[in-house]
Design a protein around this ligand. Sequence first.
Ligand code: NAD
Length: 385
Amino acid sequence: MSHLSTVFVTGGAGYIGSHCMVELLNAGYEVVVVDNFVNSVNDPNGESVALKRVESITGKAIAFYECDLLDKGALADIFAKHKIDCVIHFAAIKSVGESMEYPLLYYKNNLIGMLNLLEIMEEFECYQLVFSSSCTVYGEPAFLPITEEHTVGRNITNVYGKTKYFIEEMLRDITHANRKWNIVALRYFNPLGAHSSGLIGEDPIKPFANIMPLISQVAMGHLPVLTIFGGDYNTEDGTGIRDYIHVMDLASGHVAALNLLHKSHQHFKASAGGMSIVVEHLSISIARLSLTIAILQVYNLGTGEGVSVLQLVKTFEKVTGTTIPYKIAERREGDISVMYANAELASQELGWKSKYTLEEMCSDFWRWQTMNPNGYRQKTTKMTN
Ligand code: NAD
């Protein structure tokens, strides 16, 4: 195991975090997890239901603390108890609609949470970080497939996306100011699916913001009809196009990012030259004839394939044998018409590629849903399909 052997994970009880935990534990990492359950389910003992199941999938233990990132003192206490080598920062609130209604809540939770974490990391001299960013930082794409070089921060249509962009800027600045920082930001496209065991999946506390839980609710008969926003986009079937990626592919992307942080310091990597990176600041020291480039390394995590909402619905129906009644509604303000990734950089530099198909995203999610019709909030029941 590398020297980055103990990973501190924020928001690890959530959807992506809990799936990532399976990959981290299987790769031999020790994990220390914090979550405040603002969007994940706890049991009567204050433990995460999802993480208990991760322990049973992997046969490994997780050190868990219920902790709000806004409570810096509590965060410091946990750092004092463990020798943390590296951090993966998932914790954030993420509903686009809610962020437009309550911008201060989003700025406070996502930005102050990040600031507290960075200050504590600095205090405890832990400078290795993987940050959960999002393709929302690109705004409406100027070209497709979208590469990491595409401009960010312009035309971001919602407050949630702005918090991701502002944090990326913050990370660029600290990387520039202090070369000890070694940071990778992963820009996720649209995660779907669940672990193949059917034991863990997506079960938010806040209203569903992602499409697959909604499709599933319709398939289960819990919702009468799926509403698809926008049927008049300039796409083959008129619905929006996204780059859906299996959540277990995202999970393996984090292990690849940790390997990269271990192998090469992102700050110095650029000075080797010839690599296709996003260069943010440049300084040249004439006396030592050396070139120092301060970078924030960013990677798209997507499949590179654009799939329309209607194509997703049809695939779900085919794979699960269900019927999804749907209606087309007006476009929502701020929704992007077509977005899919160029994921070549992650392939070249992280050695990572997505491997799961759209069919597997649907069948794995359906297994989770049918084994757990009420998510984590009820005893596991038998699969019905
Ligand atoms: P999630 O809501 O399932 O998980 C986030 C977890 O963070 C939750 O368990 C929540 O309780 C916790 N949390 C939030 N604020 C906290 C705080 N102040 N202190 C402690 N815990 C806190 O979301 P997810 O889908 O797993 O997303 C994980 C990360 O990935 C987020 O940063 C999100 O913005 C980002 N992301 C998600 C998507 C997506 O579609 N799911 C896409 C791109 C980026």
